[in-house]
Design a binder for this molecule. Structure first.
Ligand code: AMP
Length: 280
């Protein structure tokens, strides 16, 4: 497995990587959720192609009071995990190399980013679209894989690829969970024992709402309230948002017509967790 930090070296290598090239962008601190994406990449590349994983904690997608500095960076461990999973190349540039001090060009999606995480984290998705654009240019993948855990990110990146004609196919993969239902996340390590114990309530609340929706007709507001109240039973939980939306447009939608996306963001202390359930 090659480990590349230099941008110039990556650009040079890109020209000779065996195709298809399948890219899995990450911020590192890898867990089985990330590794499931890598396993799927391996399947897609077959015997001939190349699996590329990027590890980059991207400063512009963090708000000024967010956890950029304390975000975990166990780089050696990540590389070992990736080597064991048969990854071919890790690209891990430094922030200083990715962004010149006077960088002034960004990529902005303007509709889908106005709701949910985009509303709570202004500028977050501009940071995401800009870095994914840069990674697409540097690695030139045929396929890029993203997790449904970050559903809004996935929707926005699909829109970006469509609207800007990137020659990349986006593939989505399901959320990997702990046995108690908590979605795997690099941020779960920040949870105290008590918070960790309460955190699966997010998924339970979304699942309960899904079950209710399947059994009886229920309004958008009633469903949102149900999810919110259920999560707030956890003494440490502070709900950031609950959304019942159309999975393509991310606009609020009466859940009579499926599919509908049930999504939530919840603070446990300063740790912000997100989760969702797609009801088809
Ligand atoms: P991150 O390192 O948090 O930026 O995530 C990198 C990629 O892994 C994104 O496409 C995420 O959606 C995906 N991902 C993170 N957690 C999970 C999970 N629990 N299950 C599936 N995919 C995930």
């Amino acid at each position: 497995m090659r480990i590349v930090e230099s941008i110039a070296r990556m650009q040079q290598l890109t020209r000779s990587l065996p195709r298809p090239v399948v890219l899995v962008p990450t911020m590192g601190a890898l867990h089985e959720g990330h590794l499931a994406l890598v396993d799927h990449a391996k399947k897609l590349v077959g015997r001939k192609g190349s699996t590329v994983v990027t590890i980059f904690v991207n400063p512009p997608q963090f708000g000024p009071r967010e956890d950029y500095r304390k975000y975990p960076r166990p780089f050696k461990r990540d590389c070992l995990l990736l080597q064991n999973r048969g990854c071919d190349l890790v690209f891990a540039p430094t922030a200083a190399n990715m962004y010149k001090p006077d960088a002034s060009v960004t990529v902005m999606e303007s509709q889908l980013q106005t709701v949910m995480c985009g509303a709570s984290r202004p500028g977050h998705f501009v940071g995401v679209c800009t870095v994914v654009t840069k990674l697409f240019h540097l690695v030139q993948p045929d396929i890029a894989i993203f997790g449904e855990k970050d559903f809004q990110q996935l929707t926005i990146l699909r829109r970006m690829v469509r609207d800007l004609n990137f020659p990349v196919r986006i593939v989505a993969r399901p959320i990997v969970r702990e046995p108690d239902g908590l979605a795997l996340s690099s941020r779960n390590v920040f949870l105290s024992a008590e918070e960790r114990q309460q955190a699966p309530l997010i998924h339970q609340a979304l699942r309960d709402a899904e079950n209710k929706l399947r059994l009886q007709s229920v309004s958008l507001r009633a469903l949102e309230n149900l999810i919110r109240r259920r999560i707030e039973r956890a003494s440490r939980a502070k709900v950031d948002y609950v959304a019942v939306v159309d999975p393509d447009t991310l606009q609020a939608k009466e859940p009579r017509n499926l599919p509908v996306l049930l999504a939530a963001a919840v603070f446990f202390g300063s740790t912000r967790l997100i989760d969702n359930v797609l009801v088809k």
